[in-house]
Design a protein around this ligand. Sequence first.
Ligand code: SAM
Length: 311
Amino acid sequence: MILIEFWGDLKNFAQGETRAIFEGEGAFYEIVDDNYPVMVIDVKKWEPLKRAGFIRFVSKFLASGDSIPKIDLNLEDFAVRARRYDPSGLKSDFVEREIGRMVRGKVNLTSPKNVVRVAISKRIHIGILLYDFLQDKFEERKGSNLPISYPITMHPRFARALINLARLKRGNKIMDPFCGTGSILVEAGLMGMRVYGSDIDERMIFASKKNISKFGVHAELNVMDVGEISGSYDAVVTDPPYGRSSSSKGEKIESLYGRAFKKFSELVDKVAIVLPSKRAMEIGKKYFELREFYPVRVHKSLTRYYCYFAR
Ligand SMILES: C[S@@+](CC[C@H](N)C(=O)[O-])C[C@H]1O[C@@H](n2cnc3c(N)ncnc32)[C@H](O)[C@@H]1O
């Protein structure tokens, strides 16, 4: 059993991403405790979760309780790290001390071999850290740290979550036909996918090439209109123009989405895409079944919908 501590406050999207990763890998899983931002899941192979965008920590589950659970642990070298997610919960330094007393072994706060994670939410959950997502260095790949970025550049965590919605396995082929500065391509490459991208704007393909090479990702890239893409892929994962800061080259957005979805329906069975409205989703529904969508409010007049369409 594992204990997940999610990142951010997008409950439905974060949980949807986790389900999608297991489903993509064909892993059987059962949610044992849903206490956002914490979740306890019964699953044999947790490693596919390493490619998540919206997880902070994954730990081996030890115990949960309404108050501090009793544990009996023998760890040669350890630190206890607690995080309070619920402001009405117990203070984290108090919980760390109490739990530290129940663990036999040497306390090592600087470079512990074992980290006992404690998530203080409505309940208190304890685990031993398996994976800290800080090592994935998302911040190093956000727009301001890329060789070339534009305001349209997608944050790597969101790019990952979008890719994961498409329920893919490592090694699958993905196509981003509106690749812009390449954020989806970079993340997909780092997640072990085979990556293809195109964009109508030559400057964007130049930017994508620079950005992906910084992270050692290889992708086949072409300057072309979405209507010209061809080939066979496991999914289209993309972030088309939404009629504001990003340009659709003078074409009405509805017409562009209509052409794009028609083309996707000729090439793939799965599409993970960001859309700016429910009206845009209706266009996709002419060609695919809308399986799930997650609204993310950007500002007062813009909500972006992260959608998964399939057949
Ligand atoms: C929202 S941006 C993509 C941003 C990208 N996810 C990133 O992180 O940089 C949309 C992209 O679609 C491209 N585009 C616009 N019309 C297109 C068309 N007809 N065919 C292909 N690409 C198009 C634009 O040049 C722009 O780069």
